[in-house]
Write a protein that binds this ligand. Sequence first.
Ligand code: PPE
Length: 309
Amino acid sequence: MQPTETIWMNGEWVPWDEAKVHVLTHALHYGSGVFEGVRAYETAEGAAVFRLDDHLERMRRSASIYSMEVPYDLAALREATLETIRRNDLAACYVRPIAYRGYGQLGINPLNCPVDVAIATWEWGAYLGEEGLTSGVRAHMSSYRRVSGVALPGEAKATGGYLNSILAKLEATAAGFDEAILADEHGSPCEGTGENLFVVRHGEVITPPLDTNILPGITRSSVVTLLADRGIDVVQRRLTRADVLLADELFLTGTAAEVTPVREVDGHRIPAPGEVTRIAQEAFFAVVRGQDDRYRDWLTPVRAAAPAP
Ligand code: PPE
């Protein structure tokens, strides 16, 4: 990660190296933070953020589940995000907004700790490698299950929940794979460690439903819309392990991972990128780069357009 100039912390601009927290920060001990991953892309009109309000609204919902009152409204967080990108002079970047229980009192009850908010930006290339994006990654069916919704609601993108992803990622990479696919508590493959999952099989495009406790991905819903607009309907249903091993195509979606094909699951080869995957990739990248006017309202320009002469 290449440091950038400045990070927004509770309304102040703090130099990257000084953006620190107290060691007794509640979130450090108990995982009591909620966050987002957002990307800004280079477009012909300069940098633009993809579905910024949708991400910030999801962060507010995540916070709500944990009874965190975020002390900034949507407009303030939107402006703070745009200004962070401007101050760091980035043409394209990853954006990490986070709201977390700060320094106050330790003990599980978080209510005596402040809700601190920060927004950082940095350049982040292809999440699973440039080659992964073009030729596909190798995935491992994790021995870990996606944490159940009765333990942690999947709708909340909470820092503590990522311990589940970390275990699966460690297991997969130790076994020489790029990424893990986790099944839900009933054994139905449902998600990557930081990506949603799509399978093409027998001419059907399938993505697991929200009751598998996945994060309702913004890239997932964008890809569902983009495919539907091209006459390809995505069915939401539970996958079997066979659906994954015998997939005609398999791809992962996420802000960081974008649309990444999977070319192998545990030694089972999958053609990558397949036809639907390629359609999804082309559609997605055209939209985020501002080359498809139909989805202009998914982009927030970082710099306001110059006034007409
Ligand atoms: N599932 C999980 C568990 C997840 O973390 C993400 C995003 C998604 C699905 C896809 O959601 P969306 O970005 O809205 O399409 N993971 C973020 C964090 C990755 C990281 O390594 O940090 C991301 O992609 O920004």
